[in-house]
Design a protein around this ligand. Structure first.
Ligand SMILES: Cc1ncc(COP(=O)(O)O)c(C=O)c1O
Length: 400
């Protein structure tokens, strides 16, 4: 009998983390690596947030808190939903966890039974399908295309809904494509979902504050209030406030689900870090200028990266309207030969070649369910990005 659980045979380690580790290893060995593979802001956490954490330590806020989050943080989360999304929640409809990742995992553990299906638009964040598999469910992918800016259509969604569909996971702005649905586009999807009342919606809004070109962020429960009682909004402070290491995420949804998620948390990790929760209160309640400033910087970086990539023969990149990723196609370079005579057969070969030849770490599109593409995170300084794009261009020019 195998010692390890059978469910483990269905999943793999996160490919984005694997590539970032490989890049870090090469860097440690003295190679001049530029890693554009990680999904985190390159800024430091704002000073007022750090000070709130220091104050919490000095005040002795160093003990377990309520499992589903402190009253102060729940209040800040409720105020955030009212202020930014025009949504009302009660404290019993909020659960704070150790990152948005734990919110998603708790929700799936709380709801998935064998044979349940979870619809996931591709390209998708790497963890969704593996979490569904780990919980014994079946991920069902809906394809999108670059022509449609990697957004799914209402018809494509409806085609995938069966009597077994438990969830649709909607991530906007998206990791990895950067695609952000407008309110009108969400409304089209909402009309389909209204016809299928057994389908729940997990709206992963973690990149909410990174929308560009004056696009106003919208979330589906706000666009179609009739869906609110079967929607779980997942959000957190990681990306918006450069707090990835603090590990605070939160979920807002129907009380019954939130209660089940809290119970799972009570039997696994207990409360999230007390100090990080105090810092998150300051992030949500304090001055919000950081968000606006970082948004402008990211938009400028996006424009530079898209322009430089589109100047490379064989690469095509559309202009995403959110997050800090671009998801260009490398299709035009497949079948070409490296200077060492190796054929670039697919997107994985392409990113391996980039790492070896240009010392730039990117992630293959197939890791996100969409082959022939690759993901670049532009959460890096303009100098780094410029240097990286020049190196990629030089490496591509050597492919014959
Ligand atoms: C789409 C998406 N959802 C959730 C998360 C998890 O965020 P957190 O750091 O809050 O766990 C990430 C992080 O990369 C992400 O890209």
């Amino acid at each position: 009998m195998s010692f390890l659980a059978a469910s483990l045979s269905k999943i793999k380690p996160s490919p984005t983390i694997a590539i970032s580790m490989k890049a870090a290893e090469l860097k440690a060995s003295g190679k001049d690596i530029i890693s554009l593979s990680m999904g985190e802001p390159d800024y430091d956490t704002p000073i007022n947030i750090k000070q709130a954490a220091i104050l919490a330590i000095n005040n002795g806020d160093t003990k377990y808190t309520a499992v589903d989050g402190t009253a102060a943080l729940k209040k800040a989360v409720i105020n955030k939903f009212k202020r930014e999304n025009n949504l009302e929640y009660k404290p019993s409809e909020i659960c704070v966890s150790t990152g948005a990742k734990q919110v998603i995992y708790n929700a799936l553990v709380a709801s998935i039974n064998p044979l349940d299906e979870v619809i996931i638009p591709a390209p998708y964040w790497v963890s969704y399908p593996d979490m569904v598999l780990l919980c014994g469910g079946t991920p069902v992918t809906v394809e999108s295309s670059s022509e449609n800016n990697f957004k799914i259509t209402a018809a494509a969604l409806e085609e995938k809904i069966t009597t077994k569909t438990k969830w649709l996971i909607l991530n906007s702005p998206s990791n990895p494509s950067g695609a952000c649905y407008s309110a009108a586009e969400l409304n089209e999807l909402a009309q389909v979902l209204l016809r299928h009342p057994h389908v729940h919606i997990m709206a992963d809004d973690i990149y909410e504050h990174l929308t560009f070109d004056n696009l106003k962020f919208a979330t589906i429960a706000e666009v179609e209030p009739k869906l609110k009682d079967r929607t779980l909004i997942v959000n957190g402070v990681s990306k918006s406030y450069a707090m990835t290491g603090w590990r605070i995420g939160y979920g807002a949804g129907p009380e019954k689900l939130i209660k089940a998620m809290s119970m799972i948390q009570s039997q696994s990790t207990s409360s999230p870090c007390s100090i990080s929760q105090a810092a998150a209160v300051e992030a949500l309640n304090g001055p919000q200028n950081y968000i606006h400033e970082s948004k402008a910087v990211f938009q400028a970086r996006r424009d530079m990266v898209v322009k430089m990539l589109n100047n490379i023969a064989g690469i095509e990149c559309n202009t995403p309207n959110g997050a800090f990723y671009v998801f260009p196609s490398c299709k035009g370079l497949l079948g070409k030969k490296t200077p060492e005579g190796k054929i670039i057969e697919n997107d994985s070969d392409f990113v391996s070649y980039l790492l070896e030849e240009s010392l730039v770490a990117a992630v293959q599109g197939s890791a996100f369910g969409t082959p022939n593409c690759f993901r670049i995170s532009y959460a890096a300084s303009e100098d780094f990005l410029q240097n990286a794009m020049q190196r990629i261009a030089a490496a591509c020019a050597k492919l014959k």
